[in-house]
Design a protein around this ligand. Sequence first.
Ligand SMILES: Cc1cc2nc3c(=O)[nH]c(=O)nc-3n(C[C@H](O)[C@H](O)[C@H](O)COP(=O)(O)OP(=O)(O)OC[C@H]3O[C@@H](n4cnc5c(N)ncnc54)[C@H](O)[C@@H]3O)c2cc1C
Length: 508
Amino acid sequence: MHTDEPDGADGSQDAAFHWLFGDQLGPHFLRPGATVVMIESRAVFRRRRFHRAKAHLLLSAMRHRAAELGDRVRYVRADTYREGLDRAVGDAPVTVHHPTSHAALRFVRSLPGVRVLPARGFLVPFEEFGRWAGSTGAGRLRMEDFYRTVRRTHELLMEGDRPVGGRWNLDADNREGPPRDVEVLPVPAPYRPREDAIDAEVREDLDRWEREGLVSFVGRDGPRLFPAHRAEARRALRTFVERRLPTFGRWEDAMLGEDWAMSHSLLSAPMNLGLLDPAECVEAAEGAYRAGRAPLNSVEGYVRQVAGWREYMWHLYWHFGPGYRRHNALGHHGRLPEWFTSLDAGAVEARCLSTALAQVRDRGWVHHIPRLMVLGNHALQRGWDPRAVTDWFHRCFVDGYDWVMLPNVIGMSQYADGGRITTKPYASGGAYINRMSDLCGPCVHRPGDRTGERACPYTAGYWEFVHRHRERLAGNHRTVRAVRQMERLPDLDDVLRAAGERGPDDAP
Ligand SMILES: Cc1cc2nc3c(=O)[nH]c(=O)nc-3n(C[C@H](O)[C@H](O)[C@H](O)COP(=O)(O)OP(=O)(O)OC[C@H]3O[C@@H](n4cnc5c(N)ncnc54)[C@H](O)[C@@H]3O)c2cc1C
């Protein structure tokens, strides 16, 4: 575990320069009086095949920030960070707030002139998490316990020492399927930014780099859907809290084929770029509840996501350390097929997977249920390599960063850590997708069919998964029943035979 320098305690306040990474773009990342340094590294995009909308958003956000800072910033376009820093400041001392990945932290620590200041952009400081983790002894680091501690410590939705409304957890009120007979939810549209000259310039650069063969992207880019500067991010937060938060809880887990945004906030990208501080997001949501403008189930649900899940994942990333990415408890080594990596939704018949893949292709974003129960669930059932799955999510999602991908994909979605984050694998059959969406009705597959022409790949895939890991699952009190059920299936042999006849690259 690492420690942070308190702001200025080492004399670093005297450093004339302060470096901002591309995900440190809000006012809370500045150091008063220091000249800002920003480095646009081309190597970052050359190394991996990112979604083009993600590359566009990141570069647009950095260049918007530079334009706002004007002559207070030295903005360098370089091949690598090392070269950029050298060009920006030479040997002069520099401060930087704690970066968000192990690799970036290692790198800044290796540079003699760079001082690392405390992390910004999260509610809970490292010391506070450390105290909480220490207080649990050798026991599990449960999200629910952590979340309640955060609620108390930061006085979020509290009445004295009790949770507002008497209950800590209103999840049970937030699991409704979508309304019937609608194609899109009856909720106001999300905030939509308007592109400007900076966006156009970034797009021209990306086109040129692609033409010159310097980089290669996946997915479609534009028009931009997510905020790229502080004013847009504030407007997006206001639109969400005033217009969409009231219905957030109710349909938090639901999916509709024609409604990509549902009632979600779409604020993960600006929060992860550092354009919004989580404190202002949860305070705005709580304010709406206190003013009687949003119901408690929605507000608690949102606060749980931001003050609970987001903080918990951030701290587990550091707590588990860099070796966490190598976990592969289920021994999955399958490679990701081309149709998946290239986001070829047209190659897929299963409507839920085809829809989710098309949404990723078109926007670089889907909400948490398609991530977990459609995309991640399929990868888990097919036994794809968890590290490759993590890399895919990281490259293809506009809000994907190492710190948030590792715990969410290695832990939550792929169970590659053997259960350090979730108590059982998130594998499920078509029945769940059918209950929570309108996707199964017109699908060529039937969620109830395990075998035959119209067998649902999720339902068949679920039993195949249970069979493959029957020994491990039989030893877990949360999954032993699934193993017993699987053993009683009259057509298990047929399910397994069909799975055996499938090629590793076949799309469902
Ligand atoms: C397989 C998988 C991959 C994911 N990858 C990412 C990712 O790369 N980046 C990312 O920010 N979130 C990720 N998440 C979490 C979650 O899906 C997204 O935060 C959310 O869908 C973003 O959309 P939103 O802003 O509309 O969220 P909302 O549904 O409106 O939720 C509110 C906020 O809660 C936070 N949040 C909720 N759950 C999580 C979580 N598990 N981890 C971190 N923050 C959370 C986000 O900041 C989000 O903006 C992932 C989840 C899964 C299951």
